[in-house]
Design a binder for this molecule. Structure first.
Ligand code: FAD
Length: 453
């Protein structure tokens, strides 16, 4: 008995609230189990109910009810996050926003969408209209626009357009958690209080995102005897303004050996760079590859784009997914190598850890700077060993965005200090996804006395 279930059913009806154990279990989880550190800590966390609003009016009713009863609220898009962002640490209500999935406007270089639209759907619709997404995570077929903006960082396209903080969100409609939830329209710098907020500072119902003109993309694998050459080739290609691209992903062998469905496309023993470049660039890519001692391996013509499994399904954190399928003992890190010293950093890490740590990179343009970002694979031994590896990376100037914590302020992305101030204004009772913004005791993150950041 949770006390409020009957009153809430009266408010939203059977259609709007799930109370069965199966639904509550399924909708209380995300992909936190990629982390052996998080898995045992989050396994048992369970919502008391799951609300399914399909309009802003229904959402407001649910929020207002939860506020009056002081029920914690965790919102959910598709639940593909990796750090337990969408797991309700204190039970209460999960609000599944996947029914709010209307594309409201599309054209002229922007899309206005409800938060629950799937990125894959939006990409398809945009391309039909002569546009395409600028950036999207490798989970785009499932992930929602709201979940990406509130829980993600970047992805395919970030090599050209940067990540979420680089002008890739133009406007957000946000609801506050109060007796009478306020509807805020947020733009420009203020968006930083909501991008990657894990739903702790407000609930985003609508987003305006910029689009790029549609490009025809071809995919190719470029092979190199050495990882260092592959990463340098990737940098030069990424910097070359005459070759349009949305993916430049260098990786060391044996990572491609994990890619069971396409393993025959790779040369065993060699480093590889997975590319999506504009149709007609294959000659330019080949010449550049040769400059760095590489050669083009398997390629897929633009006419075949997305007709079968694509290279991007093996990049970003999909690399971890394929590795985990072959070897459940693997986990990963999130790392920002130095644009100036990455070769030395790679050398030190490989010398120290050998095959215990396997490196792959995504060249991205972060804040305008071409950066080798990485999601290294780690053969997991213990939490202690994992944090030794993290300490080594940090000692050598590699920034770690720890994926083994659900606490936003510890994971290192987003603007936790400014978000804490915003949270006090928008969520005075500290009910929005409690425990995620800071690790403060007793959910002090909502309390007026807390001066974090
Ligand atoms: P959810 O997991 O449902 O939510 C994410 C967070 O946002 C949660 O804290 C949730 O409470 C909050 N939230 C959701 N909707 C709202 C809303 N409307 N208002 C306020 N808060 C909200 N991420 C990347 O950035 N790039 C990648 O390339 C990438 N690759 C991945 C590959 C794999 C195999 C996996 C498992 C994950 C990957 N991720 C990646 C992480 C994740 O898939 C993405 O960030 C995705 O965009 C999250 O979308 P979602 O709809 O599943 O969000």
């Amino acid at each position: 008995a949770i006390g409020w279930e009957k009153d809430m059913l009266d408010l939203v009806g059977d259609e709007g609230l799930l109370l069965d154990a199966g639904s509550r279990t399924r909708l209380s989880k995300d992909y936190y189990w990629y982390s052996p550190v998080l898995e045992p800590k989050l396994r048992e966390k369970l919502a008391d109910g799951v609300a399914l609003p399909s309009t802003e009016e229904e959402l407001v009713k649910v929020l207002s009810f939860a506020y009056r009863r002081s029920i914690p609220v965790t919102v959910r898009g598709a639940g593909t996050g990796n750090y337990g962002q969408a797991v309700p640490l204190q039970g209460g209500l999960v609000i599944d926003l996947s029914r709010m999935d209307r594309i409201l406007e599309l054209g002229g270089g922007t899309a206005r969408v409800q938060c629950g639209v799937k990125l894959g759907t939006l990409e398809r619709r945009a391309r039909e209209a002569g546009w395409e997404l600028r950036i999207y995570p490798s989970t785009f077929m499932k992930a929602t626009v709201g979940g990406f903006v509130c829980g993600g960082s970047g992805g395919i396209g970030s090599v050209t357009w940067g990540n979420l903080w680089d002008g890739n969100v133009l406007e957000a409609v946000v609801y506050t958690m109060e007796a009478e939830p306020r509807r805020l329209v947020v733009r420009e710098r203020e968006l930083y209080d909501y991008i990657h907020n894990y739903g702790t500072t407000g609930i985003v119902t609508e987003l305006v995102i910029p689009l790029a003109p549609r490009t025809e993309w071809m995919q190719s694998v470029v092979q190199f005897p050495e990882l260092a050459w592959a990463v340098q080739f990737g940098e030069t290609l990424a910097a070359d303004g005459s070759i349009a691209k949305r993916l430049v992903s260098p990786m060391e062998w044996p990572i491609p050996a994990y890619f069971t469905p396409i393993v025959s496309r790779f040369q065993p023993g060699e480093a590889a760079v997975l590319l999506e470049t504009a149709d007609g660039t294959s000659e330019a890519v080949r010449r550049l590859a040769e400059d760095f001692g590489g050669r083009i391996g398997h390629a897929t013509e633009a006419a075949e784009y997305r007709k079968s499994i694509g290279l991007s399904d093996f990049t970003w954190n999909h690399t971890t997914l394929w590795a985990l399928k072959s070897d459940p003992g693997i986990t990963y890190l999130q790392a920002g190598f130095s644009p100036a010293d990455y070769l030395e950093q790679i050398r030190m890490i490989k010398a120290a850890f050998g095959s215990e740590v396997l490196l792959h990179f995504e060249w991205i343009r972060s804040g305008g700077v071409l950066t080798p970002s990485s999601l290294p694979l780690v053969h997991y031994r213990s939490e202690e060993r994992l944090y030794e590896i993290i300490a080594f990376f940090e000692q050598h100037g590699v920034r770690i965005y720890d994926p083994h914590t659900w606490v936003l302020a510890d994971g290192g992305r987003g603007e936790a200090g400014s978000m804490s101030r915003r949270k006090r204004l928008n969520d005075p009772r500290g009910l929005l996804n409690p425990g995620k913004l800071t690790a403060a005791p007793a959910e002090g993150e909502g309390g007026a006395a807390h001066g974090h950041g």
